[in-house]
Design a protein around this ligand. Structure first.
Ligand code: IMP
Length: 436
């Protein structure tokens, strides 16, 4: 069975832990979109790893990891991540494959990201400043530079000259010492170094995956960010620049839809968001602070505090529909331990009307008030609980109610950051998965 694992909220749902945990059931783990804006935190063997570009299966020694054409790659960030893992004793060797069609994030993309945010002022997106948006802009505008282009220095020089000149013109008047004019020779030298190191990993990922599937190798497709940050289906324009939703698997790896047997959405037992944009269930008072502190809700990439709120079942139901989710992995249930009561948003009140579906317009969403259902909390700790039956009765009732409102079962319930702090519920997915 091939499985897609993707975010059912605004990112940071804990996909890294889930992918890492399920990896032993697969032979290949493939990332299909996003870049090093992602921060997938995995705790393994008592250590914390933050994976940004590398698929979260990389910690398992026999797994082949793929970075698909839908991902945007900053080679400096990729090498830094590989070097960090090497220092921790994890060698990549020939286990990494990188699509020749993946677009590159170059130094000017980061500058353009910062500039764009500065120019937007109050309307800023709150990006991760990693150059993600401008790299995808170049891709869509058909002037991007792809990994495979590094093999052809003559045409590469031409493309880099064109893009660096455009960057220098755009930054123009803002060219203070911080925004100094960029020299294309520096960019080219960086790309030459990148090619030397990357070359052995570069391949046609679509061909590789087709052959692997013929040989019966099972694949896990790993999403970054989340459904509500998707460029098409998210809270536009407060979104990232790629398709984090299920369609991104096909376009971002060159596989057909039938290659995906099961779709698992990852959702926290509450809601968080980092960056700007509407968040209907946001809690700005003491409960929000408590969720942030207990859940360590600070960005894995930027360290920014995350905005926290109650579980938004309208948003997750939307993710179920847009992605065709078969089941959920519900994470961080333990963060709710000790709260006397819990609220779940079941619908929105907007201009006197009751909405049960997410509105497409961000201003309308921002004007929505959540309609809450109150559920009792639990006092016994759930942290580290490994079987469903051992959860306090109220925690089981909470999970059951979320399943009911969102219309999909929770195949996995996570009760802590460690691999073993997990409940795997038998019989929910069509093929039983083991966790290790
Ligand atoms: P960008 O992807 O850096 O352009 O940022 C666009 C929006 O997506 C901002 O609100 C970011 O905070 C958000 N974002 C990007 N990547 C992640 C992620 O991995 N987790 C959560 N939010 C993210």
């Amino acid at each position: 069975m091939n499985l897609a694992v993707l975010g059912a909220q605004w990112g940071d749902e804990g996909k890294g832990k889930i992918v890492d945990l399920l990896t032993p059931n697969f032979s290949i783990v493939a990332r299909y979109q996003g870049g090093h804006n992602a921060g997938h935190t995995v705790y393994a063997n008592g250590r914390k790893f933050v994976l940004r570009l590398l698929p979260s299966g990389i910690l398992h020694p026999s797994i082949t990891c793929i970075i698909g054409n839908g991902v945007v790659i900053d080679p400096v960030a990729l090498f830094a991540e590989i070097d960090e893992l090497a220092q921790a004793g994890i060698e990549i060797g020939d286990r990494l494959l990188v699509s020749d069609k993946a677009h590159l994030i170059l130094p000017y993309h980061r500058d353009l990201d910062l500039l764009s945010e500065a120019r937007r002022g109050e309307r800023r997106i709150g990006t991760t400043s990693r150059g993600i948006g401008p790299a995808y802009e170049d891709k869509i505008a058909r002037r991007g530079i792809r990994v495979g282009d590094l093999a052809n220095p003559a045409s590469l020089e031409d493309a880099v000259r064109h893009n660096v000149d455009a960057r220098n013109r755009l930054i123009g008047a803002e060219a203070t010492s911080e925004w100094k004019t960029m020299d294309r020779r520096d960019v080219l030298a960086g790309l030459e170094r990148a090619w030397t190191r990357m070359r052995p990993w570069v391949t046609d990922v679509s061909v590789f995956l087709a052959r692997a599937r013929q040989e019966g190798r099972a694949v896990m497709f790993e999403g970054a960010q989340g459904t509500l940050l998707d460029i098409d289906h998210g809270t536009y324009p407060y979104v990232t620049s790629s398709n984090a939703t299920i369609g991104g698997v096909c376009t971002g790896l060159g596989v057909g839809p039938k290659a995906i047997d099961t779709v698992l959405g990852v959702a926290k037992a509450y809601t968080t968001r980092v960056g700007e944009g509407p968040l209907p269930t946001e809690l700005t008072g003491p409960i929000g602070d408590r969720l942030r502190e207990t859940g360590k809700e600070f960005g894995a990439v930027t360290g920014r505090p995350r905005r926290c709120g109650w579980y938004d079942a309208v948003a997750v139901r939307y993710a179920v529909r847009v992605n065709g989710l078969d089941a959920l992995a519900l994470t961080k249930l333990d963060v709710l331990d000790g709260l006397p009561e819990l609220q779940v948003c079941t619908a929105y009140r907007c201009n006197g009307a009751t909405l049960t579906e997410m509105p497409g317009d961000h201003a309308q969403l921002a004007a929505c008030e959540p309609i809450y259902e109150t559920l009792p909390g639990w006092s016994a700790p759930t942290q580290g609980v490994k079987t469903y039956d051992q959860l306090p009765r109220e925690a089981r009732a909470y999970v059951a109610r979320l399943e009911e409102i969102t219309g999909v079962p929770a195949a996995i319930v996570s009760t802590g950051s460690g691999r073993d702090e997990t409940i795997l519920r038998e019989g929910v997915l069509s093929r039983p998965l083991a966790i290790r």
